[in-house]
Design a protein around this ligand. Structure first.
Ligand SMILES: Cc1ncc(C[n+]2csc(CCOP(=O)(O)OP(=O)(O)O)c2C)c(N)n1
Length: 249
């Protein structure tokens, strides 16, 4: 029989704890494939804070550090500065990066740290039961916005890419999604580019935001969740490359 898919070595042969339809597993696979394609498995260190991906070390076969909520960019800073030959990436949820860790990512980008940030935006706090995150959409019902988020009540969804793109220390900022095979392929390209910038020694922070489904706490089927990303999330979080200092345009 013809082999149509082969697990890339950096993705461990294990069953994940993620809910059906969750995007984390897809994002892990993309990162693992990029690491293998770039041949950097032995020199890559991943940093995952708390959140649904807290067990990423069970799935990615690279050195992984688990850190306190929101603190990945600070730890990544220390790791990169003391191990400049290593490739350092953080893997952070939107609750983690845009809420408790907002200051960490802002200042890491502001300082132009040479790190790669994979930012998984599923518009809720998944691990703790689907509470509202800074990225929760207006009208979205969550455990802590039971009548739907309102601008007057809880403020607007926070657009992290737009916020960071204005900082000179941020060299590459792109927003992608996992809503279809075509989008997944684009996301992989973006993740690869972010790793390549660090590999090439380009000084500054790269961040790829990934709009990712959470069917469990969106209370939708996995298929509807993909549609919701395309039809609703991308209105507030438009896809595309916001900044790339390596491109002329
Ligand atoms: C200091 C601290 N505050 C709160 C928590 C509880 N907590 C664990 S994960 C989490 C939110 C995770 O959401 P997100 O980063 O969006 O990741 P997801 O689980 O959705 O993938 C919170 C609030 C904690 N572990 N530590």
């Amino acid at each position: 029989m013809e082999t149509v898919f082969k697990r890339t070595p950096t993705l461990k042969d294990s069953i994940t704890h993620y809910c059906p339809g969750c995007g984390h597993g897809i994002a892990h696979r993309l990162i693992a494939e990029v690491i293998d394609e770039l041949g950097i498995r032995g020199r890559t260190i991943g940093i995952a804070p708390v959140g649904c991906a807290v067990l990423a070390y069970d799935y990615l076969d690279v050195d992984m550090i688990e850190v306190a909520h929101g603190r990945a960019p600070a730890v990544a800073t220390g790791m990169k500065r003391t191990n400049p030959d290593k490739i350092i990436f953080s893997y952070q949820g939107d609750g983690d990066l845009a809420s408790i860790g907002a200051a960490e990512i802002l200042h890491a980008a502001h300082r132009g740290e040479q790190i790669t940030v994979i930012f998984i935006n599923n518009a809720v706090y998944g691990m703790t039961g689907g509470q509202m995150a800074p990225t929760t959409m207006i009208g979205q019902v969550t455990a802590t916005s039971q009548k739907g988020r309102t601008a007057a009540g809880q403020g607007y969804p926070l657009q992290v890419c737009e916020l960071l793109a204005v900082l000179p220390g941020a060299i590459y900022i792109e927003r992608c999604s996992l809503s279809s095979p075509a989008q997944i392929r684009k996301t992989k390209k973006a993740i690869k580019h972010a790793f390549e910038l660090q590999l090439n020694g380009t000084q500054g922070l790269s961040l790829v935001e990934v709009l990712s489904p959470c069917p469990t706490y969106w209370r939708m089927t996995p298929a509807k969740s993909m549609e919701w990303i395309d039809n609703e999330m991308t209105k507030v979080f438009p896809l595309g490359r916001l900044k790339d200092v390596t491109c002329a345009t």
